[in-house]
Design a protein around this ligand. Structure first.
Ligand code: HPA
Length: 281
């Protein structure tokens, strides 16, 4: 297990909060992290205030195509929200602490719930491109310790962190049903990347019981839950893993399928935000 503790002392977080508060008057209750090809989901926000993450103290830069590097604050369905465009991946060279800085920032800003989206490869053969999968469990296969100092610490001998809010997930699945949007549930395997997997790896992951594979989300979810933020995870299956069923697999295919499911995901996320807004504080 490789451990990389926070490279930023807490003052960076305090400065980041001050930076945001000086520019944004809304107080987001709900955060949404947008995965590859899903950045446009923030377009529906009313009265948007956009901050470039490069200007925020302590916030590292995203280097990946399809990831914009912005925080979009605004209102949706009467709820103050913040969308994170441009997640940071460990494979970009960021420490886990840096890659999860956005989550600590959102928690420090008062966010109570976090919807995490991603693009993932489908390992189950019936998880065809375009399938939406609720993440109900995960396999951490990136061999990184995730600093989670409070409730779900990964210190030796402690329970493995299970950040997924299954009650919220079940309510979310009902909402999708009512909207006529098909969804599935499954186990997400977090791999470091950045290359896609070999066919042999995917056979192994299938044997482990993984339903989908991707390069993000798990650290964000664990850190959020550790900070008492409720977590809902949803994967957009953009391809059969390792191109099984395809000859080639590249990032442009991942982005294209992300765009195609955008309309369904947009309706779903809007409804999920509305439901979140009905909860008492
Ligand atoms: N593997 C890993 N990450 C991914 C994939 C994949 O096949 N598709 C989208 N993100």
């Amino acid at each position: 297990m490789i451990t990389d503790g926070p490279s930023h002392p807490e003052p960076a977080l305090d400065r980041a909060v001050a930076h945001v508060r000086a520019r944004v008057s809304n107080r987001p209750r709900l955060g949404l992290i947008l995965g590859s090809g899903l950045s446009d989901l923030a377009d529906v926000v009313e009265h948007p205030v956009v901050l470039e993450t490069a200007d925020i103290p302590g916030y590292q830069g995203s280097t990946v195509q399809g990831h914009k590097g912005r925080l979009v604050f605004g209102r949706l369905e009467g709820v103050d929200v913040v969308f994170v465009q441009g997640r940071l991946h460990v494979y970009e060279g960021h420490s886990v602490a840096d890659a999860t800085f956005p989550v600590r920032l959102l928690a420090a800003l008062g966010v109570e719930g976090l919807i995490i989206t991603n693009a993932a490869g489908g390992i189950r053969t019936d998880f065809v491109p375009g399938t939406l999968m609720w993440i109900t469990d995960h396999i951490p296969f990136a061999f990184r310790d995730i600093p989670a100092p409070t409730s779900v610490s990964s210190r030796p001998g402690r329970e493995a962190p299970t950040p997924w809010d299954l009650e919220w997930t079940s309510r979310a699945a009902d909402i999708a049903d009512r909207l006529g949007i098909p969804t599935r549930s499954g186990t997400y395997l977090w791999t470091l990347g950045p290359s896609y997997e070999t066919k042999a790896e995917i056979r192994m992951f299938a044997g482990f019981g993984a339903d989908a594979v991707g390069m993000s989300t798990v650290p964000e979810a664990i850190v959020a839950r550790d900070l008492s933020v409720e977590v809902l995870g949803i994967s957009t299956i953009t391809n059969h893993a390792a191109g099984l069923g395809h000859e080639t697999l590249d990032h442009s295919e991942v982005l294209e399928v992300g765009r195609q499911v955008r309309a369904d995901l947009q309706r779903l996320i809007t409804a999920l935000v509305g439901e979140f807004g009905t909860r008492s504080r």
